[in-house]
Design a protein. Structure first.
Length: 139
């Protein structure tokens, strides 16, 4: 392993609406869009991480429906760390949309043909797999 670099567990939630769109968050740190999610906390499962991060970043309560894939071949441009990220497909069970303006600046629904600039190659791959119907992928 490279000096000072870490392998990190993470999870994201592809939250879908009844029109086939996904909810994306505009990140405060770079002004670009991504899938709600983040790093695991000690003792959590990947599913619990996805649910917690969705609540923190969007204000929504969600339930996980399926695993889209596991994405491990990507590296952070800023830290050099390697996140191993589970991408889950989820639906809303409660809550209401909320931006904290600390992690997320905006929330918006996007279809496959209207995606904004996505902040990471990992998230681009996840969205491409989701919209193409690819499931059970690992990269």
């Amino acid at each position: 392993m490279s000096e000072g670099k870490r392998i990190l567990g993470a999870a994201v939630s592809i939250i879908c609406d009844d029109r086939g769109r996904v909810l994306l968050v505009k990140r405060c740190d770079c002004g670009k869009w991504g899938i709600p999610g983040g790093l695991m906390e000690y003792g959590e499962t990947l599913e619990q991480t996805a649910v917690r991060e969705a609540k923190e970043e969007t204000g929504l309560d969600i339930a996980v429906d399926a695993l889209c894939g596991i994405y491990s071949g990507y590296f952070s441009r800023t830290t050099g760390n390697q996140p191993i990220t589970a991408s889950f497909i989820a639906h809303i069970t409660g809550g209401s949309l909320y931006c904290d303006h600390v992690e997320t600046d905006e929330l918006e629904w996007f279809g496959a043909d209207s995606l904004p600039e996505i902040y990471s190659e990992q998230h681009k791959a996840m969205l491409a797999d989701y919209f193409s119907g690819t499931r059970g992928v690992w990269r």
